[in-house]
Design a binder for this molecule. Structure first.
Ligand code: FES
Ligand SMILES: [Fe+2]
Length: 420
């Protein structure tokens, strides 16, 4: 992790001036200030990250009652658990006595969480079960000292959380994905592999890299050989249109090629982005693998390979790339001003057996390889952006369109919170 010295002259006035400067220079990359200011980072966590819907885990990772796992965002730790009644919950990992972390193991199965400090005991639904000797305080009500709960939405086996208790339910905007996402039957999927790439840069650089494919042709040779997204639409339109014409017939799924685009400022609710489109692979490629050949059995209800791949966004930080035989989820989580967890999760059908139906190395090759290339280029990007001599340049109007949608939302949100 890089250390960035605190700017002692940083202030809300400075932020206000920097936001005004961005407005005067639209359609350009943003100033290095936004990647370096500690004041900005605090505001991002408060006003963007902890008010957004974020993918937390897959329901199959909390298979049994009392299964739990930890999810870290920024400096926060969240316990994801299936309580003793079978309900999935998200709870702040903070003791209601004097604030110690109550759970240290990354995952496991426990009937209760016992605080290591003074021994308060919590049930897996967050209620306080016992608080040693606290009966000596006549005003102490255990019911008022349960772990603080976080909002959750479970959609097709995907568990999302939102730390803003007033956020409206995410399942309504997600309904727009029911047909194309439903095809993969993710409720009946399993996590074949997951890996967290810890990238030593600001989270926005990692996310921005994901939001544009201008760099695909130059940074990702293997991806670019097989995926048409690396080209401007005008060039690949015939391939995409041909795939879309046949997609329903070949996959057997109505609505498989559906487009939906309500992201960032255009999202139905704050932090509830929803996006889908289907784009083509080049001829001869059936899926996202090293040679384009299948790497797992067909997922869900999909009947055959249509030469396409489903692109999804759910919330500002979570995405999926869904091939007929496997799905890859991407999630970007800030951990500090210069540290980001980029988590990838590979899904296959729940009954697919490793070694027989799929080989983990083959399954993960393309996106592991592509992520390492991204990590390399994001680090180079960060070095340049952090330079006092960096002058932001113009965005590409098509390739960097989604990235600009993010930047508009980002700047707009910071601006709207200036007086808060
Ligand atoms: S801080 Fe948890 S019991 Fe005291
Ligand atoms: Fe990339």
């Amino acid at each position: 992790m890089q250390f960035i010295a605190e700017d002692l002259e940083d202030s809300t006035e400075k932020l206000s001036g920097k936001l005004a400067a961005e407005k005067a220079r639209p359609q350009h990359a943003i100033d290095r200030y936004f990647y370096r200011s500690h004041l900005v980072y605090e505001r991002e966590l408060k006003h963007l990250i902890f008010r957004s819907w974020i993918y937390a885990c897959h329901a199959s990772e909390l298979q049994e009652k009392n299964d739990f796992l930890l999810f870290d965002i920024g400096e926060e730790s969240i316990i994801l658990t299936r309580d003793s009644a079978g309900e999935i919950r998200a709870l702040h990992n903070i003791c209601r006595h004097r604030g110690a972390r109550i759970c240290e193991e990354k995952c496991g199965n426990k009937k209760t969480f016992v605080c290591p400090y003074h021994g308060w005991v919590y049930n897996t639904d967050g209620t306080l079960k016992a608080a040693r000797e606290m009966h000596m305080r006549s005003d102490f009500d255990p019911k008022e000292h349960g772990l603080v709960a976080i909002q959750t939405t479970v959609f097709m086996g995907l568990v999302f959380i939102n730390c803003n208790s007033e956020a409206s339910d995410f399942s309504k905007p997600l309904e727009n994905l029911r047909k194309p996402l439903g095809a993969y039957n993710l409720e009946k999927a399993k996590v074949a592999h997951k890996h967290t790439y810890q990238i030593a840069t600001n989270w926005k650089l990692v996310l921005e890299n994901y939001l544009e494919c201008y760099h695909c042709a130059t940074s990702h040779r293997a991806y670019a050989k097989s995926h048409t997204l690396k080209d401007v639409y005008e060039k690949v339109e015939p391939v995409v249109e041909k795939m879309l014409e046949n997609t329903e017939k070949i996959t057997g799924i109505k609505g498989m090629g559906k487009d939906y685009d309500r992201i960032y400022l255009n999202a139905e609710e704050f932090g509830a982005c929803v996006y889908t489109s289907r784009y083509a692979l080049y001829d001869g490629y059936k899926t996202g693998s090293e040679d384009g050949e299948p790497v797992a059995p067909l997922m869900g209800n999909i009947k055959d390979y249509d030469g396409g791949t489903g692109d999804f966004q759910m919330g500002p930080l979570s995405f999926m790339l869904n091939y007929p035989d496997h799905c890859v989820l991407y999630r970007f989580i800030p951990r500090s001003i210069t540290s980001t967890d980029m988590e990838l999760v590979w899904f296959v059908n729940e009954d697919a057996k490793e070694g027989t139906d799929y080989d983990k190395d083959k399954l993960t090759w393309l996106w592991h390889h592509t992520s390492l290339e991204d990590e390399y280029i994001i680090n180079r990007n960060s070095e340049g952006v952090n330079s006092r001599f960096f002058k932001p340049g113009p965005y590409h109007p098509e390739f960097e369109e989604q990235l600009q949608a993010f930047v508009h939302w980002y700047l707009h949100t910071l601006e709207s919170t200036l007086n808060l």
